[in-house]
Design a binder for this molecule. Structure first.
Ligand code: MN
Length: 452
């Protein structure tokens, strides 16, 4: 099958989910402003970017349904598809047929002239590539890692990479530094949603995210060799920047946006130099609106939910889904559904989720007849099932992620609520019985509902 971003865009276009913006737009703040104001609903393809011939696409996978449909997966199967892909990866295969290498450029490179990279927010100090997956290899084991980090254009062939210290790329960088080496990287822009989603999975170091992408595609991801570095990249991507990351070479990044919608001051970023650029003849420049924006929250949130669910199910078989909510920044709030949990199992699942995924700080457990994607149903479960003194528990002094806006000295208070049905409150012996019309009437009407 076609493994390109443009294929996914064509699928969304058929569903009426792509809006072409023909009006001239400026990459300096204007694209960011349009994407902020239209972050939900149809995605944008800006075909007339001032100073560039390359179109800019954004807000492409800004709902769970669009992430799934873009990959050719039924939306209700999204988490199952992720779980299967984590556990049963499909290794990539190599190809010489690489549309992403139709055009080749070497130094001197002026990335700012070549690429329509948006400058997003008032206080950020330059344009940021936000949808570039970074491919690198472990200098000790040769195992591949694929992840996203923000990359700021610094003029000419220079970039500044903002890499979270908890991410694998930081570990690879430290290993390279210990050996006195640079770290070759390839930044791939314009990716199929299976590749983007795979890059966000919280799997162990050495687990190749391209194996996960292959399983999501249900066939090996086709890779091609880079021209100037010893790395392989998706052959059907839009643009590749081949270069080197210099571990010791740091520069203060200034204020940067984060998923919570505030500026952060993380300190130094890593210097990167790009040696070569390859792209298609007519490349699409893909972006993800950073900050508290649906696509940014959901690509991470879907992956965090799937990896957390995978860990939970290994110990608690009654766990059905883990949903990291969009309101909870796609990172810090989760709803776990369980099928007829035993006494105390809801609380156990909550504790495991918080321990497994450091970012999670507010976790609610509900029965599996609650749709965790529906905030009204989750609120109903709280109203119908929660006894405050029994079901709410507060855990002060827990380790925090540095990204959490409530972190103080890297500590935080976590809160869990077990809103599953308590034993004795379920079944025919329960004090409160649910109301409904007679089952046989309900089922008969449901079968022919379209006729009413
Ligand atoms: Mn990794």
């Amino acid at each position: 099958m076609d493994q390109s971003l443009r294929k996914a865009i064509a699928i969304l276009e058929d569903l009426g989910e792509i809006h072409y913006v023909d009006r001239p737009v400026d990459p300096l703040y204007e694209i960011g402003a349009v994407m902020s104001l239209k972050s939900r609903g149809p995605s944008q393809v800006f075909s007339n970017v001032r100073g560039y011939s390359m179109p800019v696409a954004g807000n492409l996978f800004n709902s769970r349904a669009k992430i799934a449909l873009g990959m050719g997966v039924a939306p209700e199967r999204l988490q199952e598809a992720c779980l299967q892909a984590i556990n049963e990866g499909i290794a990539p295969e190599m190809t010489e047929e690489a549309p992403v290498q139709e055009c080749f450029f070497e130094s001197p490179l002026d990335l700012k002239r070549m690429l329509p990279v948006p400058t997003w927010f008032e206080q950020e100090l330059g344009p940021y590539i936000t949808a570039g997956i970074i491919v690198a290899k472990d200098p000790e084991t040769g195992r591949r890692n694929v992840s996203i980090a923000r990359l700021r254009l610094e003029g000419g062939d220079a970039l500044l990479a903002g890499i979270s210290p908890s991410h694998h790329l930081s570990r690879l960088m430290e290993k390279a530094q210990a050996r006195g080496e640079e770290l070759p990287i390839a930044v791939v822009i314009g990716n199929h949603p299976a590749v983007l989603l795979a890059s966000q999975m919280y799997v162990e170091l050495g687990h190749d995210e391209f194996d996960i992408a292959g399983a999501l595609l249900e066939e090996p991801l086709r890779l091609t060799r880079c021209r100037t570095v010893d790395l392989e990249v998706p052959a059907e991507a839009e643009i590749v920047l081949e270069g080197v990351l210099y571990p010791g070479d740091l520069k203060d990044e200034g204020p940067v946006s984060e998923f919570h919608g505030f500026y952060e001051h993380y300190g130094p970023g890593q210097a990167v130099r790009i040696r070569a650029v390859t792209h298609r003849k007519d490349p699409i420049f893909q972006t993800i609106l950073p900050g508290f924006a649906p696509e940014h929250l959901l690509l991470g949130g879907v992956a965090i939910g799937a990896t957390t669910c995978n860990a939970l199910r290994k110990v608690i078989p009654s766990v059905r889904r883990v949903l990291v909510t969009e309101g909870g920044m796609g990172r810090v709030h989760a709803v776990i559904t369980l099928k007829e949990p035993r006494a105390g199992e809801g609380k156990r699942a909550i504790l495991l989720a918080m321990a497994h995924t450091n970012l999670l700080k507010f976790v609610i457990a509900v029965d599996d007849e609650i749709d965790p994607e529906d905030p009204i149903q989750v609120a109903w479960a709280l109203a119908a099932r929660m006894q405050g003194d029994r079901d709410v528990f507060i855990l002060p002094g827990m380790k925090a992620d540095r990204c959490d806006p409530m972190e103080r000295d890297l500590m935080i208070t976590k809160v869990g609520i077990d809103a599953t049905t308590a034993p004795g409150e379920r079944g025919p012996e329960a004090k409160y019985q649910p109301v409904h019309p007679p089952r046989e009437v309900l089922e008969a009407v449901r079968k022919d509902l379209d006729l009413y």
